[in-house]
Design a protein around this ligand. Structure first.
Ligand SMILES: NC(=O)c1ccc[n+]([C@@H]2O[C@H](COP(=O)([O-])OP(=O)(O)OC[C@H]3O[C@@H](n4cnc5c(N)ncnc54)[C@H](O)[C@@H]3O)[C@@H](O)[C@H]2O)c1
Length: 342
C-alpha cells in the first residue's frame, strides 16, 4: 500500500456507494468498503474495483471500525451507509434513528478515537422540507418533514459540533435525486423494493413491472406534476472525490448541495424514459402523496465555488444509462451470496 492513504467507504455496496468506490479507485485513492449488505450488493463492490476490500459489518461496530482504520491506514471516511426510504421512515422512525443516527454516532466515535478527522457524509435534500424559495441554497431553513430527513439533519448537527470540539473536517453533501447507471462497469440501481421514479419507469416501459402511478397532476407546476432535480450518479461520485481532495489539508466544508440546478417534472421524466427505452411508459394518475413539495431544485453555486464541481450529465444521459443497464442486467445484481471478502 506504500504511503497511499485509504478511504473507508461505508455503504460502498449500495447504489451511490459503488460509484463512489469506483471514482476513488480511478483517482488513485484506495478504498475499503464497510457494508452490512442490508440493501446493497457485494457484487457491486467487485464491479467497482477488482481489488477493493469489502468487509461485511455494521458501521456502529466500533471495534471493527478501529481495526479497519489501523489495518488499512484509513485517513478519511465517506459515510453513505444508512436507511433511505422516506415512506418507511414515517411508519418506523426508530429504525431510522437507530441506523442513521445511533450507528452514525458510533462510527464517528470510533473514527475520532482512531485519529480519523476527515469525513464526507451523504446528506439529503430531505433536510430542507418544503422550500420557501427555489433554487434552494444551503443556508435555507432546515425543516424536514419525515423522520428520514430528521436523521440527516441531526447527523449534520453532530458533525458541526464535532468540528467545533475536535477539529473534525467534514462535507455534508446534500444529494437531490441521484439517477443513472454505468452499463460498462455493470453498476446500476437495484433496490428492493424500488421507490425511485427512473428505475420504476424504465421497468414499466420494458414490461417488467405493472404500470406506474403518478402521484398527482394538480400541482402548481406547468404540467401539474412534481418537479425534481435529477443528478447523475457518476457526477455525484466525482463530487465525493473533489470533497475528499478539498478536505485533505483544507478547511471544513460544511453543507453542500449536489444537484444540477435544473428541474424536471414527472411527465418530462416519463417522456425521457420513453425516448431512452424506445417504448412508452404505461402509467395512470393517482392522488397526491402526502408531504411531496411541488418543486425541489438545488442551487449549485456552493458546489461550484467550494468544490469546483459541476455536473456533466443531463437527464437524458442518466435515463439512457439506466435503460442500458437494465437491458444488460434485467434482474439486477445476483442474489446476495452472504460472502465477505477482505
Ligand atoms: N439515492 C438517492 O437519490 C439519495 C438522495 C439523497 C441522499 N441519499 C443518501 O445516500 C446514501 C446512499 O443511498 P443509496 O441510494 O445508494 O442507498 P443504498 O440503500 O443503495 O445504499 C446504502 C448502503 O448502506 C448499507 N448499510 C445500511 N445500513 C448500514 C449499517 N448500519 N452498516 C453498514 N452498512 C449499512 C446498505 O447495505 C447499502 O449497501 C444514503 O445514506 C441515502 O440516505 C440518497
Amino acid at each position: 500500500m506504500g504511503d497511499a492513504r485509504a478511504i473507508l467507504v461505508t455503504g460502498g455496496a449500495g447504489y451511490i456507494g459503488s460509484f463512489v468506490v469506483r471514482a476513488c479507485v480511478r483517482s488513485g485513492m484506495p478504498a475499503v468498503v464497510l457494508d452490512d449488505a442490508s440493501t446493497g450488493h457485494l457484487e457491486a463492490v467487485r464491479r467497482a474495483g477488482s481489488d477493493v476490500a469489502a468487509v461485511r459489518g455494521h458501521v456502529g461496530d466500533q471495534a471493527l471500525v478501529r481495526a479497519l482504520v489501523t489495518e488499512h491506514r484509513i485517513t478519511a471516511c465517506v459515510h453513505l451507509a444508512g436507511s433511505s426510504r422516506v415512506g418507511e421512515s414515517t411508519g418506523n422512525p426508530l429504525k431510522y434513528f437507530q441506523n442513521n443516527v445511533a450507528e452514525g454516532v458510533g462510527l464517528l466515535e470510533a473514527l475520532l478515537g482512531a485519529g480519523v478527522r476527515q469525513f464526507v457524509f451523504s446528506s439529503s435534500a430531505a433536510v430542507y422540507g418544503p422550500p420557501a424559495q427555489v433554487p434552494i441554497v444551503e443556508d435555507a431553513a432546515l425543516r424536514p418533514i419525515s423522520p428520514y430527513g430528521d436523521t440527516k439533519m441531526v447527523l449534520e448537527r453532530v458533525l458541526e459540533r464535532l468540528h467545533e470540539a475536535h477539529g473534525l473536517r467534514y462535507a455534508a453533501l446534500r444529494y437531490f435525486n441521484a439517477a443513472g447507471a454505468d452499463p460498462e462497469s455493470g453498476l446500476g440501481e437495484d433496490h428492493d423494493p424500488e421507490t425511485h421514479l427512473i428505475p420504476l419507469a424504465v421497468d414499466a416501459a420494458m414490461g417488467q413491472r405493472p404500470p406506474l402511478t403518478v402521484f398527482g397532476d394538480d400541482y402548481p407546476t406547468p404540467d401539474g406534476t412534481c418537479i425534481r432535480d435529477y443528478v447523475d450518479v457518476r457526477d455525484v461520485a466525482t463530487a465525493h472525490v473533489a470533497a475528499l481532495a478539498a478536505l485533505e489539508g483544507g478547511p471544513s466544508l460544511g453543507a453542500i448541495n449536489l444537484g444540477t440546478g435544473r428541474g424536471h417534472s414527472v411527465m418530462e421524466v416519463l417522456r425521457a424514459v420513453t425516448a431512452g427505452v424506445g417504448r412508452p411508459v404505461p402509467h395512470s394518475v393517482g392522488p397526491r402523496r402526502a408531504g411531496d413539495p411541488p418543486v425541489l431544485v438545488a442551487s449549485g453555486e456552493r458546489a461550484r465555488t467550494v468544490l469546483g464541481w459541476a455536473p456533466r450529465y443531463a437527464l437524458a444521459d442518466s435515463v439512457a444509462a439506466a435503460a442500458a443497464w437494465r437491458r444488460a442486467w434485467p434482474r439486477g445484481y445476483p442474489a446476495h451470496t452472504g460472502a465477505a471478502e477482505s
